[in-house]
Design a protein around this ligand. Structure first.
Ligand code: COA
Ligand code: MG
Length: 290
């Protein structure tokens, strides 16, 4: 199955009718319709009903529809699932996961509800917030425990609350987590998506910290404000220069192979078969991003 493009994943508080309405016209690849920490306690029920209504009545076009539920240990989590599955979101984002048990619990409830509504089995995917120390230590088990798993999403604010660390521009405090996330995601064949950048006025900081995770291998980043969508989409899309280089690599390698050679130098850089695969991936992403 072709993987979805998840360059930018916009959080939209489910309690805000205005932001829900606005989100439809924005360029984010995916929307997280949030029932958890973006929603005040007094608004939980209203947000849940509003999000269900939006899922049933609004045409979100190509955008992936993700709903972040409240954790099942809260008083809201079960009702969130029960209500939201009826709206057939593409994915459910589970907060504050510590290990595979929480994933599997959601998986089995979703399976039961899909069955009840006569929806195709395993249609609804699961995404995991990586925002507790235990989640980081259990990443391989979490990423591999459910066939519904489709992405790991870093949540830096909760994570730093738990560790007592601080979010810095250089991100040294998060590097261990970020690296583990890419590794676990690649082994499981799912996506790694970064935490939002929390200062919506600092585009330079957003760009710098996003390029860093792009270079680590991340697939995309969560965003919290419309102004963050364009820079993040751009960073996770191949540039014209990268596209042209990928085309050159493929062509040069084909020519070398025709002459019986498995390696060549292109503009001084060694090219082997693996670089052709990388180039093909660049072109695939560019095609989907176009
Ligand atoms: N989704 C959709 N629309 C959004 C949006 C979002 N996340 N954030 C802002 N907008 C809209 C605003 O409603 C406003 O619309 P308008 O032009 O029609 O009036 C426009 O974009 C500009 O917004 P702005 O006035 O600059 O920001 P704000 O002060 O209204 O909101 C935040 C700032 C940070 C409170 C808001 O962006 C937000 O709530 N973001 C999501 C936070 C969240 O979900 N956190 C939980 C996960 S970390
Ligand atoms: Mg959180």
């Amino acid at each position: 199955m072709e993987r979805k493009l998840r360059r930018s994943v916009l959080y939209v508080p489910g309690s805000s009718e205005k932001m829900l309405g606005k989100s439809i016209g924005l360029d984010a690849d995916a929307l997280v319709l949030d029932l958890e920490d973006g929603v005040a306690l007094s608004q939980k029920e209203e947000a849940r009903n509003q999000v269900l209504d939006a899922l049933k009545t609004v045409d979100f076009g190509d955008k992936e529809k993700i709903v972040r539920i409240n954790g099942l240990i809260t008083e809201f989590g079960h009702a969130d699932l029960e209500t939201i599955v009826e709206g057939r979101p593409d994915s459910i984002l589970i907060p504050k996961v510590n290990g595979p048990a929480e994933m599997l619990e959601v998986d089995s409830i979703v399976a039961h509800l899909e069955n009840k509504h006569d929806f195709p089995q395993d249609e609804i995917k699961l995404m995991v917030m990586v925002e507790t120390p235990a989640a980081v230590l259990n990443l391989p088990a979490i990423a591999n425990c459910s066939a519904r798993a489709t992405a790991l999403c870093f949540g830096a604010a909760d994570f730093m609350k738990e560790t007592g660390g601080r979010i810095t521009r250089g991100r040294s405090e998060a590097l261990f987590v970020l690296t583990q996330m890419v590794l676990a995601a690649r082994v499981a064949g799912i996506d790694a998506i970064d935490t939002p950048y929390f200062n919506i006025k600092d585009e330079e900081g957003l760009v710098e910290t996003t390029e860093m995770v792009r270079d680590l291998g991340f697939d995309g980043r969560c965003v919290i404000h419309p102004s963050q969508i364009e820079p993040v989409n751009r960073i996770f899309s191949p540039s014209q220069e990268e596209i042209e280089y990928a085309q050159k690599v493929i062509k040069a390698y084909q020519e070398a192979e025709a002459l019986g050679r498995g390696t060549i130098a292109l503009e001084g850089e060694l090219i082997e078969a693996l670089h052709v695969e990388v180039a093909q991936r660049v072109l695939r992403i560019a095609e989907r991003a176009a």
